[in-house]
Design a protein around this ligand. Structure first.
Ligand SMILES: [Fe+2]
Length: 408
């Protein structure tokens, strides 16, 4: 219940950045307008928990259907089908959302949301599903908001740190076991793609201690490499387009790039992107053979470990959080931008679509999406766990993803 209210509050704060006259705009063409998300999040929650989970009566079947699903940004056909100019007015959406909220809160408070006899309610699956679903949308809303021109949103100013980037260095990771995924009973909740737990033997390798910085990427650009989406050149100087302002390119921040760009960089320098198993090994493995819950150990994630959880809207220097380093001295693995892996998104052995959201992962096992791990500055802290897997198209330019290389 606390978590649900915290979510609703943050979603409202994110949507409050959007100027009233931009509420029906779609700054990313293959995404719905902001108005859709104001209705989608509570509609999805109501449908998943109250209607499908608990078998309750609808609130407004037409609006529930309208707001049920977003757009997969890779499907232009689907996006065209969703083109419409007759979205309900803002007041009507807010009213629908409030009715959903009331019913959801009542269910969270007093309905049998944890019922082992009902697959959708087993271990409170539907309740966790709606809570994490909303958290993920807060991040994707920030990506969409990022593409909205500065004069169409409420701006905030922040203090930005930058300094000379740390010297590039590789760290050795010994051969050993990486545990991907989790046991169904081992964690309170996981998405279907996190099961079953599987062990992978990983030969020894070397990995960069820090993600690739803007300073490093700039040298690549000077040798003909592609320019990242968030960079822009003004009067001969490179600038970075942040969520709320444009600043001169911070040298020590991670370069946010697409999978395709990251791969071009690795290839150019005779390196590779880490596989998902190598990421796990570098982040959670240790020389004594034990695996940790987090790179820094067992302590729950906090601001000293990395840049995540909406503490800031922008990146920080890649060496800002030495306390978050892994057992091998690899830093910035969680937070400050997701990390690209070389691994196409695919089910772990034993995968089963989840009862409360069967399309969640299964629709994306197409070989065109790659696994990203970690977190960005605007990833809610509840989504930070070892088995959590995120994925994106290899050329989707709007997200906050960085990368580091391993020896080929
Ligand atoms: Fe959604």
């Amino acid at each position: 219940m606390q978590w649900y209210r915290r979510n609703r509050q943050r979603t409202a704060e994110v949507l409050a950045f959007v100027h009233a006259d931009a509420f029906y705009e779609r700054p990313i063409p293959l995404r719905h307008p902001f108005a859709f998300y104001e209705g989608h999040i509570p509609a999805f929650s109501f449908l998943t928990l109250n209607q499908r989970g608990l078998g309750e009566e609808p609130i407004d079947a037409a609006l529930e259907q309208l707001f049920e699903r977003g757009i997969d940004p890779g499907s232009a056909d689907e996006a065209r089908r969703h083109q419409r100019s007759d979205w309900p007015g803002r007041g009507a959406i807010a009213d629908f959302a409030a009715r959903c909220d009331a019913r959801i809160e009542r269910a969270l408070q007093s309905a049998p949301i944890d019922d082992s006899r009902v697959p959708r309610l087993r271990r409170a699956q539907a309740a966790y599903t709606i809570l994490e679903h909303e958290g993920m949308h807060q991040e994707t809303l920030m990506y969409i908001l990022h593409q909205l021109p500065y004069d169409r949103k409420q701006l905030r100013t922040s203090r930005h740190e930058d300094h000379a980037p740390p010297p590039a260095q590789m760290r050795a990771v010994a051969a050993g076991t990486a545990t991907l995924g989790a046991d169904r009973d081992g964690i309170a909740f996981g998405w279907d793609n996190e099961f079953e737990r599987s062990k992978v033997e990983v030969p020894g390798f070397e990995i960069a201690a820090y993600p690739v910085t803007n300073a490093e990427w700039l040298r690549f650009v000077e040798q003909g490499g592609p320019v990242p989406h968030f960079w822009t050149k003004r009067n001969g100087e490179w600038h970075l387009r942040l969520q709320f302002e444009e600043i001169s390119l911070p040298q020590s921040w991670p370069a946010y790039v697409t999978h395709r760009q990251a791969q071009a960089y690795a290839q150019f320098f005779g390196l590779r992107l880490p596989t998902e198993a190598q990421y796990h090994r570098a982040a959670f493995g240790s020389p004594d053979g034990r695996e940790r819950a987090f790179p820094w150990g067992e302590e729950l994630p906090s601001t000293r470990h990395g840049n995540f959880g909406f503490e800031r809207f922008d990146p920080e220097p890649v060496d800002a959080h030495p306390a978050g380093a892994s057992a091998w001295g690899v830093t910035d693995l969680i937070g400050n931008g997701w990390e690209w892996t070389a691994t196409p998104f695919a089910p772990l052995p034993g995968f089963e679509p989840m009862a409360s959201y069967p399309q969640y992962s299964a629709d994306f096992f197409d070989g065109k999406h790659y696994v990203i791990k970690g977190a960005s500055p605007v990833t809610p802290p509840e989504l930070i766990r070892r088995s959590f897997r995120n994925w994106f198209y290899d050329d989707y330019p709007y997200m906050y993803a960085k990368f580091r290389c391993v020896t080929a």
